[in-house]
Structures are given as C-alpha cells and as structure tokens.
Write a protein that binds this ligand. Structure first.
Ligand code: UD2
Ligand code: MN
Length: 609
C-alpha cells in the first residue's frame, strides 16, 4: 500500500513516503526548538515529557533510493551538478538561525534541493564558519577538562558527492571548536564522488587550513563502511572520531568524547546528535535523554531513557549514559581498541546496519557504548537519500541486516527472519565464518540473550520470561491490533480488534512482560489514559512505564485486567463505527463482569524461534 503524505506545500516535491520506502532510520522525539539553559528542574522536565509520551512525534528521514516518482531530476544538468555555488552572506544562518529563501527564488531552490535532498541554496549562503548557539546544559558549561591528559584524535569524514558547503562547514566546525593540541588531523575519504568541485579545488582549499587535513580517494564506490576503514588505517591520532560529511560541531563537543575514552579505553562514545533542518539549516537542539535501539525490522530508533536511569542521573547530569545502539555516524573509539574489537564487517556494503553490528559486538564483547550529554553535534537529517545504491537499496541494506542477525542475534535471528521474510532471502550465500570466529574464538563474546537482558531491559522482543503472540477476543474471535496507520511513523491511536491474520503479522503480535506491559513493535503499549472515567477508550501509545499501562491476565477467568483501575478490557457495548478502513472495532475499559463473554481473551502463543 502506498500512502503519500504531503509534508509542506512550499516544497511540492518534498513528500515523505510512509509505505514504500521501508528504510526508515531516524526518528527524533520531542524536538525542542529553543535552547533552554537547563537547571535543576531538569528531572521534572524529563519526567513530564515521559508522561506526555503521546506527544512523541517528528520523523526524521525515510530512506529511499533514487528515482522516486515525485522527484524531477530532469532539469539538473551536469553543469549544475559540478558547479560550486557557495556564495556566503556573512550574516546568514548566524547563531544557527534558519535561512529563509525569498519566494522569487523558490523555483531554483526547489530544483537545487534535489541534488543533495537538502536546501543547497540555503547551505550555500551560510558562511563556512557560521556561529552556533552553545546548547549545552549549565552543568556541562561549568565542567573543565585537563586537555593535556586527553588522548589525541583523528577526525574521519567519509563522503560521496557531498555538497561543498556542508562538507567544508563540517571541517571548519571541527577546526574552530576543537582544542588544537588533541586534534591530530582531519581525514576526508572521498568515496568515488563525481563532482568536479570535490577534486583539485578541495585540495587547494584544505591546504590553506592550519590543521593537517588530507583527502584519500577510493578508485571506485566502496560505501561508507569500507571508506571509514580506509580512513582509519591512515589515522595517526590515538582515537578515531567519525563524523558524517554534513555535521556542525558545537562548543566543547570533543572534550567529553575524549575524556570518556581516557577514563575507559573500551568506550565507544557518541555526542548528542542535534538536528540541522534540511529546509532552513536551522540548528535545532534535540532531546538529550534518549538512547538508541531498534525495532522488529532492525531499524534504528530513539527511545526515552528509562525513568529509573533518569532519576539516577540527577546527581551528575554531565555523566555519559549507556545506549544499547549508537546512531552510527558520529562516534569516537580508541584506535587500537577499534581493531582489537574487529573494526567493521568488511563484507557489509555501501550503507546501513553497521551501527547495529558495532553496537551488538561492542556490548557483547566487552565494550561500553555511551552518549556523552555534554557533547552536542548537529547532523543534517534528510528525508530521503540522494545517492544511488549500486546493486539496489533493498539488496544492500537487507544483505547487511541479514549478516548482523546471523552473526550476532542468536535465536532472535529466527524471529527477525520470520517477521521479515524479505530480508531472510539474503541470509543465503553469506559467508560469515570470519565474523563467527571473531565472536566465539577470538573475543569470547556474550550471547544476544545477555545483551537484551542486561543492556536493554526495556526491549520489546519476545523472550523466555514473557508471552508472545496474538491476543484473541473470545466473543468476537477477533485479534487485538495496533493501528496500522502511523502518525509520523509512530503507530498511535485507538486499540482495536480485527479479523485475525494467520501469519506473523506484526500489528497483531504482542508481548506481555512479567511486569504487565502489553507491548508491540516500536515500543508501543496498550494504554488507558482516561481510565478514571467509568467507561474509557483504550489506546496504543508509546510505552512509558506508567501504572496506567499495566495489565494482568487472569488465566482462570481469561480476563485482561487494567492494574490501576481494576477494570477489564472489553468490546464496546453499543456497536461502534469501525475505526479503520479494515474495519477494526475500538476497545473499551469497563467494570469487570464474570458473566461477560466480551471480556474474555485468549493469549495464543506464537513460535518465534
Ligand atoms: C546514518 C548514520 C550514518 C550511517 C548510516 C547507516 C548518523 C547521523 N548517520 O545514516 O553515519 O551509520 O546511518 O549506515 O548517525 N557515504 C559514503 N559512501 C556511500 C554512502 C554514504 O561515503 O556509499 C557517506 C555519506 O556521504 C555520509 C556518510 O557516509 O557522509 C553517511 O551517509 P548518510 O549521511 O547518507 O547516512 P545517514 O546520516 O542517513
Ligand atoms: Mn548523514
């Protein structure tokens, strides 16, 4: 089913595709548009925002290949592609402000937008050394680091056909905001770009800089994973710091990363990744207290930090916190440790999945993956991908994900392949012996079970300690279903029952955790926010560990009882209008009644391994 959602009228071409793209990678929750100076009420704020978890919204980035039906590339000539149109206006975008292109220039702006899938015209107006707000919380600004004690670092930036202005702004922001003594060099790895302005003129420009910057060029397109490996090989700093080619580092970004590695050489540490808006280049501070995870499709997702971790952090909010997975583009790692840990899987292609691979491997084989809240780096998030994927976008990503699952996920690979048979086909013909040897013989890594249990206890995968399967209403013989329509990529809305679908159909698959949360994919939970009303609707909302999301299943009576109210999950008394085109019936919470058949439910186990 293809469903196109028009995001902005101004950019007619800018449509996010919720159905066909599949490769959704980024979601940033609760984007804050201003830069509040955090004070001691930050815990309050965090708790408040967790309670308002239904406000969670804003999708950044659906990854699609080229040749989308609404993309009109035909007017973009080679001449335009190869032109460097950087022409700065000294005040444009200062302090991270938005750049608004006047209406008379919009046709040209729209056309140029296609090249990199961001507003190139806006970018080309912003000086390479534009100022940015200091978005760090107060406690971070007050912290000092012994720079002489910090390890040195090489910053590695890989790129393929990046715009001149975004690439060079990344380089300038690194140079301008890093202590010179720890910044050994910047290594640019050109992954077979075709643009002429990325050739000699790039070399001429970087030779002017007062930090050694070198360019390595790959003879053919090798993808970001191999390109990073090439850069790493040449690095002379003690720590490797990877950045995407469209980042902007803010004041004090580097010290917390290096300090974390100084304290523990086995750390892999990311900054908080803020947002550079793809339409205006405004620098937008993103929510700090989020950790990375993945959904049933193994797509990267941000989730709120569990409340108990937020509370523990009260004493020192500058401390790095654990993340089960890193976003992948921006991180530091000790160089020797990087190789000891097995660098990257060299058989992973072009783009995607390498962040899961590194994260699973890291945690399971002795590293710790952290986010340093005092380090803020902006990244330009796009809604689609500008470049071609040799071999096709689906093949590339699916093959990478299949490798990740086969090497690292133990019995959860069965679950992943069952629920995503389109990826399972890539499990054949993968040679993974080397990676298995690395895991079991060289590094003696722990199991994926250990990882889920210890590193990501709030996960929503099937597990030994919980029910996994369909929740069938006995009277109607229909199955509990989470909304198929997604609001900004997030399943959200009214909980319904619909005709049971026999296969592994994710909207009808739930887990019931030992502590009583009925969860499904993307960490959404059965919820009854208005449970105090005598009869209330039941919803599917982002899991938030609040009481109102807890349920217990009474085997004897087959009822699903809402813990906070003692009421029962029920069909509506009067026939409600179907809530979706597929004809789901909206559920209600009503007083429990022994004689009511509509309150009886069967938990039907599904074999997932
Ligand atoms: C995210 C990561 C990215 C990478 C990717 C999964 C962040 C902010 N970004 O996607 O670093 O982990 O997930 O693989 O965490 N590039 C090449 N050759 C290629 C393709 C890309 O050099 O064949 C470069 C590209 O120019 C860019 C970097 O690799 O500098 C990452 O690519 P992206 O920006 O398209 O990835 P992104 O941010 O969507
Ligand atoms: Mn990127």
């Amino acid at each position: 089913m293809k469903m196109l959602v028009r995001l902005r009228k101004r950019f007619v071409y800018l449509l996010a595709c919720l159905g066909i793209g599949l490769l959704c990678t980024y979601r940033i929750y609760n984007v804050q548009k201003d830069f509040p100076d955090y004070d001691s009420s930050y815990l309050d704020n965090a708790l408040k925002s967790a309670k308002n978890a239904r406000d969670i919204h804003v999708v950044i980035g659906y990854y699609q290949g080229n040749n989308l039906p609404w993309v009109h590339n035909e007017n973009i000539t080679e001449e335009i592609l190869n032109q460097n149109m950087y022409s700065p206006d000294p005040s444009a975008g200062k302090m991270g402000e938005a750049v608004i292109i006047p209406p008379f220039e919009s046709p040209k702006m729209s056309k140029l937008f296609q090249i990199n899938r961001f507003n190139l015209m806006a970018s080309d107006r912003i000086p390479l050394n534009r100022s940015l707000p200091d978005v760090r919380r107060k406690e971070c600004k007050g912290r000092t680091y012994q720079v002489t004690q910090l390890p040195t670092t090489s910053v590695i930036i890989v790129f393929h056909n990046e715009a001149w202005s975004t690439l060079m702004r990344t380089v300038y922001s690194v140079i301008n905001r890093s202590p010179r003594s720890v910044l050994t060099e910047i290594i640019l790895v050109d992954d077979a770009s075709q643009r002429l302005f990325l050739k000699e003129s790039l070399e001429a420009q970087i030779s002017q800089l007062h930090v050694p910057v070198k360019v390595i060029r790959t003879p053919e397109r090798i993808g970001l994973i191999q390109a990073r490996l090439l850069g790493a090989k040449q690095a002379r700093g003690q720590v490797l710091t990877f950045l995407d080619a469209h980042c902007e580092c803010t004041e004090g970004w580097l010290e917390p990363l290096l300090d974390t590695i100084r304290e523990n050489r086995q750390s892999i540490v990311s900054p908080v990744i803020d947002i550079i808006n793809d339409e205006t280049f405004q620098y937008v501070r993103s929510f700090e207290l989020h950790q990375g995870g993945f959904n049933w499709a193994l797509h990267f997702r941000w989730f709120s930090l569990p409340l108990d971790i937020i509370s523990q952090r009260q004493n020192d909010p500058t401390q790095p916190f654990k993340t089960p997975v890193i976003a992948g583009g921006l991180f530091s790692i000790d160089k020797d440790f990087f190789y000891k840990l097995g660098a990257y899987d060299e058989q992973m292609k072009i783009w995607g999945g390498e962040n899961h691979e590194l994260s699973f491997r890291g945690w399971m084989c002795g590293a710790q993956l952290l986010i340093a809240p005092c380090s803020h780096v902006g990244h330009l998030f796009r809604k689609s991908s500008p470049y071609t994927f040799p071999g096709g976008v689906g093949d590339t990503l699916n093959s990478n994900l299949a490798r990740v699952a086969m090497v690292w996920m133990d019995e959860w690979k069965d679950f992943f392949f069952k629920i995503h048979p389109e990826v399972a086909v890539y499990a054949h013909n993968q040679s993974i012996e080397d990676r298995l040897t690395l895991r079991h013989k060289k590094l003696n890594c722990k199991s994926f079970k250990w990882y889920l249990e210890n590193i990501w206890p709030s996960h929503f995968m099937p597990f030994d300690d919980r029910f996994f399967g369909k929740v069938r209403n006995i009277k109607s013989q229909k199955c509990l279903q989470s909304p198929q329509t997604k609001t900004f990529g997030q399943p959200y809305g009214v909980a319904t029952v619909s005709d049971c679908i026999i296969e592994m159909y994710s909207p009808q698959l739930f887990i019931l955790t030992p502590d009583g949360y009925l969860k499904t994919d993307d960490s959404v939970c059965l919820d009854a926010p208005e449970f105090k009303d005598s009869v209330s609707d039941v919803r599917i909302m982002a899991c938030n560990t609040l009481q109102r999301q807890r349920w217990s299943y009474e085997k004897k009576t087959e009822r699903l009882i809402h813990t906070a109210s003692g009421k029962c999950l029920d069909l509506p008394s009067k026939k409600k209008l179907p809530v979706s085109p597929v004809g789901g019936i909206a559920l209600e919470l009503r007083a429990c009644d022994d004689k009511s058949k509509s309150q009886t439910w069967a938990l039907e186990d599904i074999k997932w391994r």
